[in-house]
Design a protein around this ligand. Structure first.
Ligand SMILES: CCCCCCCCCCC/C=C/C(=O)SCCNC(=O)CCNC(=O)[C@H](O)C(C)(C)COP(=O)(O)OP(=O)(O)OC[C@H]1O[C@@H](n2cnc3c(N)ncnc32)[C@H](O)[C@@H]1OP(=O)(O)O
Ligand code: NDP
Length: 306
């Protein structure tokens, strides 16, 4: 007997995104006002490369790192978004950000990017793999192209970045530091199975490389954000957004600055003995509940089919 589908989630596609919706997360005015506990020369003399630096957590990290004295490089696919970060940092800190349009899925482009950062700054200290994304959908309905797009971006793209950065560190005999932004996947992620698979891959890749690459003084760690309100939220339906924060016992959303401050810590000398770790920033969500970003199927509701 065929089960009758009772659950028809509204899936937002990029063309459905309404950019006139209320702002999501910290805007530039908010970012300018964020305080930091760190000393203002904490990252002086360090070079940091942030993928996906044109928005959300990547943009917040670029600004914070520049404020702490780092030389900053960013990449992403959308030149317009990248330029908003370049301008923000210039206005706030006065320093120039190196911006290189790059699709991290393209291994040749990634190799060129790492080369440009080395040529421009004379080296790289910390790589932040923040670029990524997915769309909420029941796994059974994923198209092949959709599955491949998410795996290629979040797993393969992150790997190309890690490998190219590490090759240069090994060649130059310089220490290296990698921070991978993943997600809170320990209980699985219904309606985000593609990203869950990719992020779990990155976490265990990172744990493995933390050992394999320790001989070259390269550290590898991950940050697993829970619900962090950013521009990326515009991809989700309002009904889902109204529920996201209820999936953690604090009943709050994190913000891009929370994550930026953790990244800055991992980029600092204070983190020199942290390696192969996953730092979860989810307000306790892992112990509390799961999110259904495209709507919970009736089966799971209290009076749903048993
Ligand atoms: C890690 C959180 C998981 C969420 C679940 C828990 C919810 C907790 C709350 C936290 C919310 C978290 C939010 C974020 O992570 S926001 C920050 C990240 N930003 C994004 O995710 C940006 C939006 N996503 C994308 O840009 C795309 O999804 C993608 C990552 C796939 C980009 O790939 P590409 O550039 O190649 O995109 P295309 O448009 O060409 O699509 C390729 C194929 O992918 C399929 N697809 C794409 N979008 C959808 C959709 N909305 N619904 C169904 N299928 C989709 C499709 O097959 C595309 O091919 P076609 O267009 O030819 O059909
Ligand atoms: N916000 C949240 O609650 C959570 C977010 N995350 C993850 O954290 C990271 C940052 O997310 P957030 O700041 O919220 O969202 P954003 O959508 O603002 O940031 C994602 C960035 O990734 C870049 N990007 C995506 N695909 C590629 C690609 N193929 N090549 C280069 N750059 C790419 C985008 O830039 P462009 O469009 O220019 O290519 C964009 O700037 C993402 O990996 C996200 O999935 C994880 C858990 C929860």
């Amino acid at each position: 007997m065929n089960a009758t589908p009772t659950h028809k989630p509204k899936i937002f596609r990029p063309e459905d995104v309404d950019y006139e919706r209320p702002k999501r997360g910290l805007d530039e005015d908010d970012l300018r006002k964020q305080p930091t506990i760190y000393r203002d020369d904490m990252l002086a003399g360090k070079t940091i490369l942030i993928t996906g630096g044109g928005s959300g957590m990547g943009k917040a990290t670029a600004l914070l790192a520049a404020r702490l004295g780092a030389q900053v490089a960013i990449c992403g696919r959308d030149e317009e978004k990248l330029q908003t970060t370049v301008k923000l940092v210039k206005e706030e800190v006065g320093s120039d950000v190196l911006s290189v349009g790059t699709n991290i899925r393209d291994a040749d482009a990634v190799e060129a990017l790492i080369g440009k950062v080395h040529d421009h700054f004379g080296g790289l200290d910390t790589l932040v793999n923040n670029a990524g994304g997915q769309f909420p959908q029941d796994a059974i309905d994923f198209s092949r192209k959709g599955w491949l797009a998410v795996i290629d971006t979040n797993l393969n793209g992150t790997w190309w970045m890690m490998q190219e950065a590490a090759k240069r560190w090994r060649e130059d005999g310089k220490p290296g530091n990698i921070v991978n932004i993943v997600a809170n996947v320990e209980r699985g992620m219904p309606q985000a199975a593609h990203t869950c698979a990719a992020r779990a891959g990155v976490i265990y890749l990172s744990k493995t490389l933390a050992t394999e690459w320790a001989q070259w003084n390269i550290r590898v760690n991950c940050i697993g954000p829970g619900v962090i309100e950013t521009e990326g939220f515009r991809m989700y339906p309002e009904e889902a957004l109204a529920r996201f924060h209820k999936a953690n016992p604090m009943k709050q959303r994190g913000n891009a600055w929370d994550v930026a401050e953790m990244i800055a810590y991992l980029a600092s000398p204070a983190a020199r003995f942290i390696n192969g770790d996953l730092i979860v920033m989810d307000g306790g969500q892992a112990q509390w509940g799961v999110v259904w970003p495209a709507g919970m199927p009736d089966y799971f509701s209290e009076d749903g089919a048993a």
